[in-house]
Design a protein around this ligand. Sequence first.
Ligand SMILES: Nc1ncnc2c1ncn2[C@@H]1O[C@H](COP(=O)(O)OP(=O)(O)OP(=O)(O)O)[C@@H](O)[C@H]1O
Length: 320
Amino acid sequence: MTENEDTAVSFTGAVRTYGSVRAVDGVDLRIGRGETVALLGRNGAGKSTTIGLLLGLYPPDAGRVELFGTEPERAVRAGRVGAMLQDARPVPRVTVGELVGFVASRYPGPMPVPRALELAGIAALAGRRVDRLSGGQVQRVRFAVALAGDPSLLVLDEPTAALDVEARHVFWEAMRGYARRGHTVVFSTHYLEEADDFADRIVVMDRGRIVADGTGEELRRAAGGSLVTVSLAGRDPDGLALLPGVRSLEVHGDRARLRTDDSDATVVALAELGAIRGLEVAPASLDDAFLALTSPPGDDGPAGHRAPAPLDHSPTAKAS
Ligand SMILES: Nc1ncnc2c1ncn2[C@@H]1O[C@H](COP(=O)(O)OP(=O)(O)OP(=O)(O)O)[C@@H](O)[C@H]1O
């Protein structure tokens, strides 16, 4: 395959501004066919704007965006892309089967309606009116609608935002069925666990930029390998931050929490100080990684003040 045929999504220096806000600020991103990629970021990080660019809803102010080596609009018109956006409302008074059938009829090579309903896990709802379904069922109808054109790329903007745990689980099971067929999935989410569980690769955005790109494991490593917690037992915490491997120190009451790149060296140094009461060593969580990589809310410092996390990322395309 050529580079273009092998690439589902390609952003090169893409910029999208709203007045003085650089919603997408020089994004370079390549997503290979068959990958499932999560866009993760706080509110306002630029995820939805990135998805809008990806779908050709608006052009970049600078840079280039391509899907399958062509303009996004062209790929969307050809039915190669299915999308679930945040605020789409279902059409009232039609049945699930009618709605999915109507959308399928607009595409050149649609997926058979029963197949789309089955993949979305709503075959049993075909005859039900769309406006009388639960939130979780509507979400799966929207998934079936996104599948109607038999797309090779599915783009989902916070697909499970309004769903309870059970409905989320059912939704992702359906999504896995689609991804297993070698298709490409790009979704945005606030849920770190969801990104970790369902994506091959997590792209973390902050203030319109990509600040990390890799597997959940790579992100955890980039944030600092482990957390060593120890009881201070009246000891002055000053100096613990200087121990080998330690990147940062937080003190909560009597507990000191050390983020370290080398937990063995840190623990040995603590032992030499006789400071091992209540010692606990744990791997950094994805939450820790996320907090370390992104700006806290209300932090209005200059964008791009931190360099992207140096992850050794190689795309993990599934066989198609
Ligand atoms: N149409 C618009 N007009 C003005 N500003 C906008 C518009 N769309 C987005 N923005 C701004 O661009 C930035 C990025 O917004 P975007 O919606 O892409 O972020 P997000 O990561 O999707 O956020 P959320 O998780 O809250 O959906 C924000 O500062 C937002 O206020």
